[in-house]
Design a protein around this ligand. Structure first.
Ligand code: PEP
Ligand code: MN
Length: 344
């Protein structure tokens, strides 16, 4: 349920509505808008029976039932786009943010090389995994804290904020010491204790869609984070499993404009894990921007043949730079600037 206040409603009237909502045993969430304040209500299971009491309070314009099962992430609840600030970089506004870097932090030299190259080409956030969720228990699982330290050094070197995956609640405090943005991977999208734990921080979260998750599942996973009090969530479409196994996953680009309608949260696309092939990353990246993505997360490696993980889908720095030049033109065509020091 959403209580929409009149444009001229006073602070006292808004507080009186909040007090009434609390008296009913629910939680009010006042959200000031450009013209009027709306007050979201959570804690109710189903329609609020005493809603008439709210309707009669001074300053109340109308009550709107939020029909979606997710509340705080829904457009019904909050009309205006959310902008998530990651180390000074806004994701979800007019500008398009390109995140790039290696799949995995392998060494200082590899991470610094890639970080400098992607920065020079216009990336605004550096990615890199220190804790890697791998399908096989025998694969390389990342450098752990040593990898986080390398990322922090790469940030100091380039000025780029870093996003890195947090795999469990045990390592969350450590990852929080280093990361500007916490990535929750596809395999962890429904790890509810982890979602709640990152929700109790205010750190930006990159929530990747599970490969067997519907759009509704993804939005409900995001709801866990918002429900704990962290509004800084960016959603990521990274491909799902379908009957077709020609590519690593099937990139569900229709989900991008759909989620933008259903939710106010920013949406980015990962064309690297979706296709699994470097030669398909650039066309899918172009399509993602055209479909309305607020950004991309792309894997880049200086020597993909020797990458410990995901070499086949990693772009070399030159191809990444070429892709950025094309993306700047696509962004201009849809009247959105590419955020970067290179493309202005
Ligand atoms: C990644 O981005 O490094 C990753 C493991 O992605 P996903 O969780 O989407 O598989
Ligand atoms: Mn990867």
């Amino acid at each position: 349920m959403l209580v929409v206040m009149e444009a001229h409603a006073t602070a006292e009237q808004i507080e009186a509505v909040c007090a009434e909502i609390r008296a009913m045993g629910f939680t009010p969430h006042p959200m000031p808008g450009p013209t009027r304040t709306a007050i979201g209500i959570t804690g109710n299971q189903g329609p609020i029976e005493q809603a008439g009491r709210l309707q009669r309070l001074p300053g109340v314009s109308q009550l709107i039932r939020v029909t979606a099962p997710y509340k705080r992430v829904s457009r019904e609840f909050k009309e205006l786009d959310t902008i998530v600030e990651v180390g000074g970089v806004p994701i979800g506004g007019q500008g398009i943010a390109i995140i790039a870097g290696p799949c995995t932090v392998e060494s200082r030299e590899q991470t610094f090389n890639v970080a400098q190259a992607v920065r020079a080409a216009g990336a605004v956030i550096l990615r890199g995994g220190a804790y890697k969720p791998r399908t096989s228990p025998y694969s390389f699982h990342g450098l752990g804290e040593a990898g986080l330290q390398i990322l922090a050094e790469a940030r100091a070197l380039t000025g780029l904020p870093v996003v890195t995956e947090v795999m469990d609640t045990e390592t969350l405090p450590l990852v929080l010491e280093y990361a500007d943005m916490l990535q929750i991977g596809a395999r962890n999208m429904q790890n509810y204790s982890l979602l709640r734990a990152v929700g109790r921080t205010q750190r930006p979260v990159l929530l990747k869609r599970g490969f067997a998750a519907t759009v509704k599942d993804l939005l409900l996973a995001a709801e866990y984070i918002l429900a704990e009090g962290n509004p800084n969530v960016v959603l990521c479409e990274r491909g799902i499993r379908t009957f077709d196994d020609s590519l690593r996953f099937t990139l569900d680009l229709g989900a991008v404009p759909l989620i933008k309608q259903l939710s106010h949260l920013p949406v980015i696309v990962d064309p690297s894990h979706a296709s699994g092939r470097a030669d398909l990353v650039i066309p899918m990246a172009r399509a993602a921007l055209a479909a309305g993505a607020d950004g991309l997360i792309v894997e880049v490696h200086d020597n993909p043949a020797y990458a410990v993980c995901d070499g086949t889908q990693s772009l070399v720095p030159d191809s990444f730079a070429g892709m950025m030049r094309q993306l700047a033109r696509i962004a201009a065509a849809i009247e959105r600037p590419l955020l970067s020091s290179v493309y202005r």
